[in-house]
Design a protein around this ligand. Structure first.
Ligand SMILES: C[S@@+](CC[C@H](N)C(=O)[O-])C[C@H]1O[C@@H](n2cnc3c(N)ncnc32)[C@H](O)[C@@H]1O
Length: 363
């Protein structure tokens, strides 16, 4: 059963302007021209990145950057007035991760007061890298992405985000990063062992860390309150199946990251897992708050996550995807369904040449 709030707002969370706006932008500098129409293409009602010379459609999710006066007349006709903004979803999920991690941007035992060199791969809107740079201005923070959807203004102390395909060559990147951050890149990468090898080789010997957080979308429920034939089960199974077929899996198999890390040369792997409620049904205050943000991010992003994968890979119609997503949205806003999923977080310590690595699935 839906509660009134969920019926009205379609999620358990409505963001106020003060929460969406950062309050520390007095020392920002411009770093790039706005994304132009030539950088994107329109498909199934959303804007996707052309990724420059990089393989088109490599990234299966929209970026929705081009809006308003950046659009030509023809493009404006394509975009309905309800055009969704994928960057909102990414920023809500950033807030969710912060809440789930007690407001910490990282958990690796770094000397945060020193001028560390930090690389954020697949940086998205750059929100994590920007916040890190705001908080620790002495750090050298850089984000890499195949879509330049970061804000046009960035902190003065931050390195400009760079157009870089992390599946391609890393020859132009330096070898002395103190910290490499990876978040929600499952579904983007074909071979994780290859990427972990590159990460390993580009971390500073002896002291470098890599930390990764991924969402295992498969719904779990311990008290059988979520029906086994739920739309949420169907949605996750279709999305994960589609991305398996696409060759950029989003699925989390127990022990798989540990195996990939080991293949890349890391050792001493330590892991734990975090439970995240699909809605604020938990009695625990922190889990409730994290569930609220997770619910907001997923309610906002269901179509973005599903559309291209389900239409182009599974052959579903846009309407079928929309109906499925509407049902999922209702289920995740039903407090009596005690569904949760798992967040896998890896924190690895590259201790070259001893190849020591510490890995953690966050709980
Ligand atoms: C789900 S978003 C996550 C963004 C960010 N890490 C966060 O947690 O907010 C994935 C991002 O990875 C980028 N991406 C996908 N494949 C990539 C690749 N091969 N190289 C660099 N970036 C990539 C996408 O453009 C997108 O911005």
């Amino acid at each position: 059963m839906l509660n009134d709030e969920s019926r009205n707002s379609s999620s358990f969370f409505a963001m106020s302007d003060s929460e969406t706006n950062s309050d520390c932008h007095n020392h920002l500098i411009p770093h790039k021209a706005p994304l132009k129409l030539r950088d994107v293409y329109f498909s199934h009602g959303r804007w996707y990145g052309k990724n420059g010379d990089i393989e088109r459609e490599k990234y299966k999710f929209p970026i929705d950057e081009v809006r308003g006066n950046q659009l030509g007349y023809a493009a404006m006709k394509l975009t309905s007035s309800t055009c969704k903004e994928e960057k909102t979803r990414l920023d809500i999920f950033h807030k969710f991760f912060l809440v789930a991690r007690n407001n910490n941007l990282f958990s690796a035992p770094l000397d945060a007061e020193s001028p560390l060199r930090v690389l954020d791969i697949g940086t998205g809107t750059g929100i994590w890298a920007i916040e890190l740079s705001e908080k620790y201005p002495q750090m050298h923070v850089q984000g890499l992405d195949i879509n330049m959807i970061q804000p046009e203004m960035i902190p003065r102390t931050m390195e400009p985000p760079k157009l870089h395909d992390v599946e391609g060559s890393w020859d132009t990147l330096s070898l002395d990063w103190d910290f490499i951050h990876v978040r929600t890149l499952f579904g983007s990468i074909q071979c994780w062992t290859t990427l972990y090898k590159k990460i390993f080789m580009h971390l500073k010997p002896d002291t470098g860390f890599v930390e990764q957080a991924e969402i295992d979308w498969a719904p779990q429920c311990n008290d059988n309150s979520l029906p086994p034939n739920s739309a949420l089960h169907q949605w996750a199974s279709r999305l994960l199946g589609a991305m398996d077929l696409y060759g950029r899996p989003m699925r989390v198999h127990p022990g798989q990251t540990r195996r990939w890390l080991a293949l890349a040369g890391f050792t001493d792997i330590n892991e734990t897992v975090v439970r995240v409620c699909y809605s604020p049904w938990s009695e625990d205050e922190n889990a409730k708050e994290a569930g609220r943000w997770f619910n907001a991010g997923l309610s906002e992003g269901l179509m973005a996550l599903s559309l291209s994968a389900m239409v182009t890979i599974l052959g579903m119609s846009e309407e079928e995807v929309e109906v499925l997503c509407d049902k999922v949205r209702q289920e995740i806003c039903t407090l009596s369904y005690h569904a949760y999923c798992r967040i896998e977080k890896a924190r690895t310590f590259s201790c070259y040449p001893r190849f020591k690595l510490w890995f953690e699935h966050v709980t």
